[in-house]
Design a protein. Structure first.
Lengths: 518, 234
């Protein structure tokens, strides 16, 4: 009886799914098993990367009503940050100390709020002073960072550009530059300048927020612990810079890749939190401005990446576990791959790339399950699901929805950054990689349902399948029945077919396959 | 008399509209106070202003000896104010149990209160694993009130609890509200004067965004002219 009710309620959806399944079976029958397996695994790979962008986008839109058009750019930034850690650990280590010291001041939030509330100045001075402070902090930062020893590539010189560095790294050559010294002033002065500018910047940003803000009424030593730890970490990173660089340069690339993934995700989470609290939050009541803001941020992000890493596309070497080509390769089983760390593997006589076609889908499934568990089994997930439906009521229950907003935004951007670093060794790095994945993700969400997490997964899978099967049929051709003609879909048909699928599904189910009525 | 809630001359705007133009409500501790008035008079906005959901631009609100105007609504709610909104605002995708658990302010709130909640609303126990979508109007109303009881709230703001319910359910609901008012103070917004007069000890009449009359409910019940004038019912 329950089944009957379910079928009657979801008849249109089930019919569409049956039609899609029939098309899939027909497409599978038109190619041999080797091509089918390869195409299926490639679909899963593309679907997984699309899902990582789509799921974050969907979580953010579902809870915050923010269409984050910068999501693709953040995906790309994740890839570039990951590349930097993986290929140029010296640059990464050099950046650690200034970054950590710069962040330290923000851990004293409560103290700044108290101080800001106690300062008795006129309204005009309250508006001007923070901007003056920010200007001074920026000036100090600029003069310190100008002299600060950061080993970085040179986008203007091809031999030292990321393109050449990546190529040399993939050939196993040492591309690390000799450590530089702080020039112009003493390290003590440099570090003090960073610490001071961080304190000034954090205080002025807090002061900029208008009106009285609530803070803990009493300060205790706990307020200072985080700050002290960060200062200590920053100084230690500076002192042991060479040691840490040497360590990262000497460790196995599998571990280095894992560190790169963690740093990329952490950067995504940090960037997301920063973006939500400083830029998105003041615009919740102005959705159009928010849209313009994210669009602008996307353009700024792309230009910043171009300025730092350059315009040309380049590759990222795969970690050792997926890079073997010698003896025993291509592997014929997972055990063989594990033994020889082959980059490719034979599955039903078809050669597949282990990183692209197995590792990425596996990570995609792990993330799918992990975030699903978070949403279904944790209190945070419960609040997110409730907040998607009625934010005001969640707040009326005494829950700090703003904090949840920040966490969800950070999580969403973290997922995109994870997608970026996973995509880098697979498809390479380019300034436009984010835009194409964002477009794919938006189509996947329209198909699956804009605010539905399972919908994001289903939509991404369908987009991956459709695109990869069309690409494959572009190579092997589709025999037209009763004729001698073999039709080979050309590459432009791939995006056109994806959009056509979206249009057809939206015409029948305006909320997507698993979307709820708004 | 000790007032748990003292709202003094609040003015609230929604967009450019000046909705509340001077509302004063004083709620004695341990009582049920009804906010009465015609549709659109500003009763719901008063509740939302107390909770900071539509923050007042002027005026003063003191809850339990602490000024709360200007505070963020989650901070206000955390001080011990439960809210049962007009539309019930049940989270449809959450089960009944999740709808209750989400209202916990500290771990164990739900476990400690569930016996009391199920004694008030026995039906909810049976429906515990059902999702909010599958509940009837009456069941949703019970769940909305039960949700406000999970945390230790000393004040409950209940908006139109009888709206859209069958008479038999209204009876049951009234019994429950009476019972829960033993431990908490209740501010009740109610269109149905019969329900309000049977539940509340005090009343405040709001008309066109202003509080125009307050007093004891038993006095109002005998004052047919006032009822007719402000509420349009006799």
């Amino acid at each position: 009886m329950k089944l009957f009710v379910y079928i009657r309620k979801n008849l249109t959806l089930l019919i569409i799914l049956a039609v899609l399944a029939t098309l899939f079976i027909a497409a599978a029958k038109g190619m041999d098993s080797k091509d089918f397996v390869i195409t299926l695994l490639r679909s899963l790979s593309v679907g997984s990367l699309t899902f990582l962008v789509a799921s974050g986008f969907s979580l953010i839109f579902g809870l915050l009503d923010v269409l984050n058009l910068a999501h693709g750019t953040l995906f790309m930034i994740g890839a570039y940050i990951g590349w930097t850690v993986y290929v140029r650990p010296d640059t990464f280590v050099d950046l650690l100390a200034p970054l950590v010291l710069l962040l330290s001041g923000f851990l004293l939030g409560d103290i700044w709020i108290m101080l800001s509330n106690r300062i008795r100045v006129g309204e005009r001075a309250r508006r001007i002073l923070p901007w003056f402070g920010i200007f001074v902090a920026a000036l100090i930062l600029f003069s310190v960072l100008k002299q600060y020893p950061i080993a970085i590539w040179n986008v203007g010189d091809y031999a030292q550009s990321p393109v050449s560095i990546s190529y040399l790294a993939s050939q196993g050559q040492n591309i690390l530059r000799p450590p530089a010294d702080m020039t112009g002033f003493s390290p003590f002065l440099g570090l003090t300048g960073l610490i001071f500018s961080s304190l000034l910047l954090a205080f002025c940003l807090v002061m900029l927020k208008s009106g009285k803000q609530a803070s803990s009424t009493r300060l205790n030593w706990k307020n200072f612990v985080g700050y002290a730890v960060l200062i200590l970490a920053g100084v230690l990173f500076f002192i042991f810079n060479d040691l840490l660089t040497g360590l990262l340069a000497s460790i196995n690339t599998n571990w280095l890749f894992m560190i790169a993934v963690l740093v990329a995700v952490a950067s995504g989470v940090g960037l997301g939190a920063l973006m939500e609290t400083t830029l998105i939050r003041p615009l919740y009541i102005r959705p159009i401005y928010q849209l313009m803001l994210t669009l602008g941020l996307s353009a700024i992000g792309i230009e910043m990446v171009r300025a730092i890493w350059g315009r040309p596309e380049f590759t990222m070497p795969r970690p050792e576990l997926f890079a073997g080509t010698g003896e025993g390769c291509p592997a014929t089983s997972l055990a063989g791959w594990w033994q020889y760390h082959c980059s490719t593997m034979l599955v039903m006589d078809g050669r597949i790339r282990v990183f692209n076609e197995i590792f990425i889908p596996v990570i995609g499934v792990i993330v799918l399950v992990a975030v699903w568990m978070l949403l279904q089994r944790s209190r945070l997930g419960m609040i997110i699901r409730a907040g998607v439906q009625d934010r005001e009521m969640v707040e009326a229950l005494g829950i700090n929805v703003r904090r949840v907003f920040t966490m969800v935004f950070a999580l969403g951007v973290g997922l995109a950054a994870l997608g970026g670093i996973l995509a880098a060794p697979s498809i390479g790095l380019s300034n436009l990689m984010g835009e194409s994945f964002l477009l794919n993700a938006l189509i996947a969400l329209a198909i699956g349902g804009l605010t539905s997490y399972p919908g994001a997964a289903l939509g991404s899978l369908l987009v991956g399948l459709l695109q990869q099967f069309i690409i494959k049929y572009g190579q092997i051709g589709i025999p037209i029945p009763f004729t001698e003609i073999i039709f080979k879909p050309s590459p432009p048909i791939v995006p056109a077919a994806t959009i056509l699928l979206m249009v057809v599904i939206l015409l029948i189910l305006p909320n997507g396959l698993l979307g709820k009525k708004e | 008399m000790e007032y748990i809630l003292d709202v003094q001359d609040i003015h609230t705007f929604i967009g450019q509209y000046h909705i509340l133009q001077g509302v004063t409500v004083r709620v004695p501790r341990g009582s049920i106070t009804a906010l009465l008035g015609r549709n659109g008079a500003g009763k719901t906005t008063t509740l939302k202003s107390i909770l900071g959901l539509t923050p007042p631009r002027q005026g003063n609100i003191v809850f339990d000896g602490r000024e709360i105007q200007g505070m963020l609504s989650f901070n206000i709610a955390s001080l011990g104010i439960g809210f049962v909104p007009e539309n019930r605002a049940i989270f449809r995708d959450l089960t009944v149990e999740e709808n209750l658990k989400i209202a916990e302010r500290k771990k164990g709130d739900y476990a400690n209160k569930k016996e009391f909640i199920f004694s008030l609303f026995p039906d909810l126990k049976r429906l515990i694993n059902l999702s909010g979508t599958n509940l009837s109007g009456g069941q949703q109303q019970m769940l909305a009130i039960a949700r406000a009881l999970v945390a230790d709230n000393s004040l409950l703001l209940i908006d139109e609890p009888s709206e859209g319910l069958a008479p038999v359910l209204i009876e049951q609901l009234m019994r429950s509200i009476r019972q829960l008012s033993i431990d908490s103070t209740v501010v009740l917004v109610e269109q149905n004067f019969l329900v309000a007069s049977q539940l509340a000890e005090n009343y405040v009449i709001i008309e066109e965004g202003r509080s125009v009359k307050e007093g004891k409910m038993k006095d109002l019940a005998n004052d047919k002219a006032t009822i007719q004038h402000y509420l349009g019912a006799a």
